[in-house]
Ligand binder design. Structure first.
Ligand code: ADP
Length: 231
């Protein structure tokens, strides 16, 4: 369970990204966050894994404070949270397999990571998650040879390999065509229903938000102005 308790964010230049947001997201929810550009969607989403530092209030996950976590605790919390973004954030010149394996770097020591010392179980899990997103045949393909939709499926596979229980998707379909957008959001929905993972998606299409979500949050100028069912 993710809890926002009177959360505000004022950027150093004085811009208010979030204003007094209170909300609870339950385990296994599929929530879409809608709002105009600049409404605070990205600020809200990225405050969950503390890529954005809030300036007031507190965020907890399963009762543990993200806001007050020290470096070590934060690292542990971040292992449980996968992030998917509009730009896919893949190492384009690397293979699909290497990009997926990088999902577990937060688990290993720097030394182990640098030398890429993954176990047989890691390789098996990697193959398994690529099968889930129907990319088994692309294991050794370089990511820059893949379509946008396939690249986004690699980044979804990376969060599954990471074994994250929460998936944050920041405008995951903003650079994809309508058919591919449907495909990617269906994939996220399947993961939500079949694997019970909490999925939180920033999206500017109200139609897509309504189609896939159990719950919609709407932001306007940093304030939460709607929290309810899609209908
Ligand atoms: P959205 O994701 O809904 O487009 P953002 O969360 O990116 O909105 O931005 C919310 C507000 O915070 C906007 O007014 C934006 O200009 C501002 N903002 C975002 N990032 C920064 C930053 N690093 N410094 C200053 N202002 C920022």
């Amino acid at each position: 369970m993710i809890v926002f308790d009177h959360v505000s964010k004022t950027y150093p230049n004085g811009v208010k990204g979030l204003i007094d947001v209170c909300l609870t997201i339950n385990d296994g929810d599929y929530v879409s966050i809608i709002g105009l550009s600049g409404a605070g969607k990205s600020t809200l989403l990225r405050s969950i894994n503390r890529l954005n530092e809030i300036t007031e209030g507190e965020i907890t996950i399963d009762g543990r404070s993200v806001t007050k976590a020290n470096k070590r605790e934060l690292k542990r919390i971040r292992r449980t949270i996968g992030l998917i973004s509009q730009q896919f954030n893949l190492v384009k010149r690397s293979t699909v397999q290497k990009n997926v394996l990088s999902g577990k770097l937060g688990y290993y020591s720097t030394l182990k990571s640098v030398f890429g010392l993954f176990s047989r179980q890691d390789y098996e899990l990697c193959a398994d998650v690529l099968k889930k997103v129907e990319l088994s045949d692309k294991l050794h393909e370089r990511c820059d040879n893949l379509s946008g939709g396939q690249q986004q499926r690699v980044s979804i596979a990376r969060t599954l390999f990471q074994e994250a229980s929460i998936i944050l998707a920041d405008e995951p379909v903003a650079s994809l065509d309508p058919a591919t957008s449907q495909e990617i959001l269906s994939e996220l929905k399947n993961i939500n229903t079949a694997m019970g993972k909490t999925v939180i998606v920033n999206i500017h299409s109200i139609g897509l938000a309504k189609q896939f979500s159990d719950r919609i949050l709407a932001l306007q100028d940093g304030r939460l102005v709607f929290d309810g069912k899609p209908e």
